[in-house]
Design a binder for this molecule. Sequence first.
Ligand SMILES: Nc1nc2c(c(=O)[nH]1)N[C@H]1C(S)=C(S)[C@@H](COP(=O)(O)OP(=O)(O)OC[C@H]3O[C@@H](n4cnc5c(=O)[nH]c(N)nc54)[C@H](O)[C@@H]3O)O[C@H]1N2
Ligand SMILES: Nc1nc2c(c(=O)[nH]1)N[C@H]1C(S)=C(S)[C@@H](COP(=O)(O)OP(=O)(O)OC[C@H]3O[C@@H](n4cnc5c(=O)[nH]c(N)nc54)[C@H](O)[C@@H]3O)O[C@H]1N2
Ligand code: SF4
Ligand SMILES: [Mo]
Length: 783
Amino acid sequence: MTSNEDRIRDIWGRRTPYASGAVWPQRVDEYLAEGVSAEHVEWVDGACLLCSNGCGLQVAVADGRMVGVRGRADDRVNHGRLGPKGLYGWQGQLHERLTTPLIRRNGRLVETDWGTAMAAVVERSADLLAGRGPLSHAFYTSGQLTIEEYYTLAVIGKAGIGTPHMDGNTRLCTATASAAFQETFGSDGQPGSYADIDSCDAIFLYGHNVAETQTVLWTRMLDRLDGPNPPRLVCVDPRRTKVAERATVHLPILNGTNLALMNALVHELIAMGAVDAQYVGEHTIGFEQLRAVTAEATAEWAAEICAVPADDIRRAAEIFATSDRVVSTCSMGFYQSHQATAASCQVNNLHLLRGMLGRPGAGILQMNGQPSAENNREAGCGAALPGFRNWANPDHVDQLAKLWNVDASTIPHDGPPTDANHIFRLAEKGSIGFLWIAGTNPAVSMPDLARIRTTLSGDQCFVVVSDGYLSETAELADVVLPAALWAEKTGTFTNVDRTVHLQNKAVEPPGLARSDLDIWVDYATRLGLKDKDGRALPGWDTPEGAFEGWKACSAGRLCDYSALTYEQLNERGGVQWPVTAGAPHGTERLYIDAHFATEIEYCETWGHDLSTGEATSEAQYRSDHPDGRAILKTVPFEPAYETPDDEYPLRLTTGRTVYHWHTRTKSKRARQLNDAAPSMWVELSQQDAARLGVAEGDVVRVTSRRGHIDAPARVSHVREGVVFAPWHYGGDPLTAANELTLSAWDPVSKQPEFKVSAVSVRRFRAGTGPAPAPTNTASAPAG
Ligand SMILES: Nc1nc2c(c(=O)[nH]1)N[C@H]1C(S)=C(S)[C@@H](COP(=O)(O)OP(=O)(O)OC[C@H]3O[C@@H](n4cnc5c(=O)[nH]c(N)nc54)[C@H](O)[C@@H]3O)O[C@H]1N2
Ligand SMILES: Nc1nc2c(c(=O)[nH]1)N[C@H]1C(S)=C(S)[C@@H](COP(=O)(O)OP(=O)(O)OC[C@H]3O[C@@H](n4cnc5c(=O)[nH]c(N)nc54)[C@H](O)[C@@H]3O)O[C@H]1N2
Ligand code: SF4
Ligand SMILES: [Mo]
């Protein structure tokens, strides 16, 4: 047991090395507020909700208040460990919470009661539905709510109101993971398992700073790296992250060049004769096309574009070619990019070419970032039908119509559902007149913020915000509803490797705050949403009722929860879906028989052209005969939307630091986390800093075509030509990285391009000391 040690300084804690094939040792991490003793608290089971890793934990409660957390030793995900956010982040929930609804009167938000607030919401909603119909309505939600909440809103939005305008901030986060799974395997759904780390002989991390963003997953990798027969590690990241420091090969490619690298890795693998011809022949289609598109993509060709040595690209390909069990992870460095889906599909393709899937140690982890991003996708709360159903397949729509007892015509399926980029565009123009935002803070997290602020503050669209705090977005709303947060309500959520956890309610929410589930059921009731027989939609008002509804909806689909119960989750901690009568304790890996979800009656999509985003027709899909085989596809590399020129000569990329969670609503209110990274900085390479006459700590102005920010410079190990900015520091337009980013997205996943904008940097004024950036992370000072 390691209690109350300084896990700000020692981010990953004590090593517990282990050998390939052994079980990852337990190590229980605990943090209790000062003066609290472990004997005097009650422990409530749950899991951490501060990233997609989903570490099992228990919440310590004393006198009705949260006073600490400790990891669950028996949980399959973390074997007891917690990282800095997990240990300290909960304290942020104790401060500056919203405790009453707010309503805008004469331009100002004033306190009100629930009756008044909900009446205002329902009146506007009912008027618009009567006058302009369902297309006037949009719901923009989260990757941080519970399955029960997502599924409840899915039923309200899709069966009750019937609007196609529903999406989650998962669009900004893991839309590409979902898209890449659909294009390759026919359906969303993570094939691999965290247990693959225990026996792999190589790990490839593509645009994934796991050391800071899934700290406990990194401790698992570190424990392998420090044990006997460690895996070889390949890291693709323009910064020298802690991952890069441990890598066998680090490829610090220019941001925006991922697909060039991936096409070269595939080219070199084929050239080395490392393809498992039997596996490819039996279980895939599209090999000849893949070979043709990558025919010219040699290591030398990619080296020019990515600005890394050709030999390093070949070494990486060799590691893949000579390993028997590779784990690959892919994250925002790949997903928030102009050819995001294509690059991420190439990661899937490498595994297929070597037949490395569905067995221990050989797995793909297309990452989720947020703790329940997966659930928004599967429950159909966003731009998808529930249960990975295909909106273009009338049988799938009929299944839902039957389940919900509504007309199939109510369920939006005339065309693809609306993505968040377009929802905001329609709200900007007023064609969406009612926008409900829950569990996300787009006034900081969306690209091109000046535009988002105008959209949210204008009169053309009525904006409802449910949040636990008065966020930058809530400040612009017409009605603000105080939401219960994690551990103040009961509900389930699913992590990266399909592990479902149940968080039991541990404490009461503050003041009048209510759970999102309660709020949405109240809204549906007041609106009078009914099924064909006049029964209330949704037909539940408790988390367990919603969970039962979701189980029925998921039955028979890849994400099948039908045999999972709250009891089992409480007994065992995490359980991996699918959980069915045939697999009552869950399923470690998908596709162990190499039979994929591409049958035409079953699949979630007919696929897309990865260059243009144009949908493949059903007829075309049928004539390609995937029939359970995976689909190999790629397209040629194209340059990013914005590339450097004389006026904007540098490439900005944005991302995270270990100590903060996104727009910091929680982490800035947790003392240890806030003190560790209190304010904004930007990172420059030594070469660029020297050229620009910038010294450590000098305030620089970073300017793009959209706006500018001012911040102290950290001269770090980011590669030459690239500027890195954390995007956590909203609130002040002069420190919010998204003032600089552009409204552009991948054509298939529609995930915004947060990782490349052209910028100029100049020294603005002298600093007062080193930049306020961490020194023990990727942001460490150079030299
Ligand atoms: N501490 C912390 N942890 C988090 C979060 C948090 O806010 N804070 N958020 C969670 C969420 S929602 C998410 S989505 C995940 C994200 O987790 P990550 O994807 O690991 O996080 P990022 O920092 O956005 O980006 C990862 C890396 O991509 C690199 N990169 C930038 N541009 C490119 C490029 O063009 N190509 C390549 N190959 N790499 C590039 C960056 O240098 C960065 O190190 O983290 C989750 N975990
Ligand atoms: N430039 C740049 N921009 C990015 C990214 C990047 O890498 N670079 N990453 C993108 C990614 S991956 C993501 S995931 C998004 C994240 O962007 P956001 O979702 O906007 O960020 P959060 O700060 O997590 O906002 C979540 C909000 O929900 C509230 N909340 C938490 N729990 C609950 C709950 O149970 N109920 C309700 N009603 N509210 C709750 C929190 O207080 C907070 O205000 O940002 C994206 N934006
Ligand atoms: S790795 Fe993620 S889930 Fe685990 S403790 Fe840290 S923030 Fe929480
Ligand atoms: Mo994310």
